[in-house]
Design a binder for this molecule. Structure first.
Ligand code: SF4
Ligand code: SF4
Ligand code: SF4
Length: 691
């Protein structure tokens, strides 16, 4: 039969730390050969130790809680049996849980503690009937699986009776026919119970208390809203302690006090498996106890993997169960509806009903043991070459190096997960890395030496160029100063010329003004001359008329004879005078015309001169503006040149700083070169030491 899966790993969360291997009592059920661990279901005994050990919370229980709720919702008829650990998990509300279970459709709820009472009776019956030397109690399904799968030699000592849960289920099937159509769901503290349920077929659902609680929280169910409800079926007495380490012992000695010293109570995965392995030897040696009251979990079922009580102190858990025990004993005495325990045990007892047979499942483990040669080969792969390399440090999760080697041999792990392997590998890598480092250091040092030499040469060249640059700068500076002086001289000359032009402009304006006055005077003269010319014409006309009159007077005088002789003389004189006057007037008129012509020429020339003067004034004005512009440009040039000079001075200072820095760098380069040479010698020495 294929073993049910009890534990699952969330690969997303698993960081391959192998803490789970470390706590796993059988180890072969965890495949640690990959990047994530995997559980091999057919080898897992369901002890649940790996769940709290996994700090990544990558591990969780596989149970039937989801199927239980789903089937209930589909009206599948069911009864529930509740393990004694219920008091440790639900504290004072353990009876209220019955109310909740019935509210969701569970037809009846039975107390597994009574199954534990039946179990104790089965043991004592077997002891009385068969008189075995040693009985290994088997309430713990993980331990039963261990015996079946890993140490079948122990099967002969396992009590051939059902666990308390299976006792309860068998009792229901036998004595409660009204529930014969019901499936049985176990409210359980344990992962491994699923195995015995599947093996016997008596119980259908393993509903772990932790998942039940989670589901109730999801459904926002609070037990405080339910009333406590009595269990259906018979009630137990002190077997309610079965979930507590030593609970079986306390129950058994109630009925057989004489066997008290012969009961060994033992729990906890760190010791219980080694102890069980020793039982056959102890039986041979006649030192084995009569009953081994053993549990896988240190806190018993009260802290089982299905309770979620990993972090609860054992005393708190036991106090809760003890409180319940006292309440049960009180109620048994007080409640007339409860049958006395003996009556119930008798009523629900049937010989053979609770017997259990075990199957040797060791064949499915298929774990091979390497021979000496194979082991040595694996050790070689693990980089273990001497006894000193066998650290047995448990870092791999196995207790010994041989355990790890066997796991590797069976494909369950790989050498890279061994602490020693990693250490040696790291040392080898370190050595190789150091050698590589030394080589590359030496080569880098060589390169650095060349670089420094090149740098030194370049810095020297730079210094030389810097010197030349400095000279050029200084020369430029001097030339700039000379340029400034020249510009200033040109500027003052230009200013002088500008002033001259300005004066010329003023003079030209004055000349133009004088010229206009002259023009006006000439015009006046021309006008006056024209008037004179008119008068001369009149004189000439008068002279001509006078001449004509004088000629007529002479003719008349001639007619008058002697008496007219004197008059004729006067008339001739007047005629001569008028002729002269006419000639003179003509001559004057001619002269005046020439004068007028000359004045016209003068006027025309003066007009041209005025135009020329106007043009000249405009040119002088333009020239003056140009000179002003030139002067302004000179000022600008002078200002900029001064700035340039100041920049050149700053450049000169920078060049000076650069030179002194360069000299300092060259000095540093020299000392660094010496240092690198020392380093090179050290690296050579280190390399030869490595080799
Ligand atoms: S439940 Fe137990 S046996 Fe199974 S893997 Fe975890 S530690 Fe190992
Ligand atoms: S304990 Fe196991 S399952 Fe959890 S992280 Fe480590 S290797 Fe993975
Ligand atoms: S030395 Fe390696 S193989 Fe040995 S116990 Fe430590 S981790 Fe495991």
């Amino acid at each position: 039969m294929e073993n049910a899966k009890l534990i699952q790993v969330d690969e997303e969360k698993c960081n391959n730390c192998h803490s789970c291997i470390s706590v796993c009592p059988v180890k072969t059920c965890i495949d640690g050969s990959g990047d994530k661990v995997a559980v091999i279901a057919e080898r897992c005994i369901g002890c649940g130790q790996c769940i709290p050990a996994c700090k990544q919370q990558a591990r969780s229980i596989v149970d039937d809680t989801a199927a239980f709720f789903k089937d209930l919702s589909e009206n599948v008829p069911m009864v529930a049996i509740v393990a004694p650990a219920v008091a440790a998990v639900f504290d004072d509300s353990w009876l209220k849980l019955n109310g909740y279970l019935k509210s969701i459709g569970v037809k009846a709820v039975f107390d597994v503690s009574f199954g534990a009472e039946l179990t104790a009776k089965s043991y004592l019956d077997y002891a009385k009937r068969e008189k075995p030397k040693t009985i290994i109690a088997q309430p713990c399904a993980a331990l039963v699986s261990y015996c079946q799968m890993y140490n079948p030699e122990l099967l002969q000592y396992l009590a051939p009776a059902h666990s308390p849960m299976l006792h309860t289920a068998a009792m229901i099937r036998e004595f409660f026919p009204e529930y014969k159509n019901c499936r049985i769901a176990a409210i359980s503290p344990c992962t491994s119970k699923k195995r015995e349920f599947e093996e016997t077929g008596l119980i259908r659902y393993n509903v772990t208390m932790i998942h039940l609680k989670e589901e109730m929280e999801k459904r926002k169910v609070s037990l405080s809203s339910f009333s406590p409800l009595e269990y259906d079926g018979p009630r137990a007495e002190r077997a309610v302690l079965f979930s507590t380490p030593g609970g079986l012992k306390e129950t058994v000695i109630r009925d057989a006090p004489d066997i008290t010293p012969k009961i060994r109570r033992i729990e906890g995965p760190e010791i219980v498996y080694d102890y069980l392995n020793e039982i056959p030897r102890m039986v041979e040696e006649n030192v084995a106890p009569f009953i081994v009251d053993c549990l896988n979990c240190s806190a018993g079922c009260n802290g089982g993997p299905g309770t979620g009580n990993y972090n609860q102190p054992i005393d708190r858990l036991e106090a809760r169960v003890e409180k319940r025990k006292k309440a049960e004993i009180r109620e048994n005495k007080r409640n007339p509806l409860r049958n006395p325990l003996k009556t119930s045990l008798k009523k629900f007892w049937k010989p053979g009903l609770y017997n259990r047979n075990y199957v040797d499942l060791s064949g499915q483990i298929a774990f091979r043991t390497p021979n000496k040669t194979e082991l040595e080969e694996i050790y070689r792969m693990m980089k273990k070459h001497s006894q000193e390399d066998m650290l047995n440090c448990s870092a791999c999760g196995y207790f010994t190096c041989q355990g790890m080697a066997e796991a590797i041999y069976n494909g369950l792990n790989r050498p890279e997960n061994c602490h020693q392997y990693l250490k040696v590998d790291a040392e080898e890598n370190l050595r190789e890395g150091a050698a590589n480092l030394a080589n590359s250091l030496i080569s880098e040092i060589e390169k650095s030496k060349h670089m420094f030499e090149e740098l030194h040469t370049k810095m020297s060249q730079f210094l030389e160029i810097n010197g030349r640059q400095d000279d050029a700068l200084r020369k430029s500076n001097m030339e700039m100063e000379e340029l400034i002086r020249n510009i200033q001289a040109v500027s003052s000359l230009t200013e002088e010329k500008r002033r001259d032009i300005d004066n010329l402009g003023h003079a030209a304006i004055q000349v133009k003004k004088d010229m206009q006055d002259l023009l006006k005077s000439l015009s006046d003269v021309e006008h006056a001359t024209n008037n004179i010319a008119g008068i001369a014409d009149i004189i000439e006309d008068v002279a001509s008329s006078t001449n004509l009159l004088a000629m007529n007077a002479a003719i008349e005088a001639a007619h008058a004879g002697n008496s007219g002789r004197g008059f004729a003389v006067v008339a001739n004189e007047i005629r001569g005078l008028s002729g002269t006057t006419g000639k003179n007037a003509g001559s004057i008129t001619q002269n005046i015309k020439e004068i007028i012509s000359q004045i016209g020429t003068s006027l025309s020339l003066s007009g041209k001169t005025d135009t020329v003067m106007t043009d000249m004034i405009s040119s002088v004005d333009t020239a003056e503006k140009s000179f002003s512009e030139i002067l302004k440009s000179h000022t600008d040039i002078a200002d900029r040149t001064k700035l340039l000079t100041s920049d050149l001075n700053a450049l000169d200072a920078t060049a000076e700083t650069l030179r002194s820095s360069s000299q300092a760098i060259i000095a540093e380069l020299d000392s660094m070169k010496t240092l690198i040479e020392t380093l090179g010698t050290a690296a050579d020495a280190a390399k030869s030491q490595q080799l």
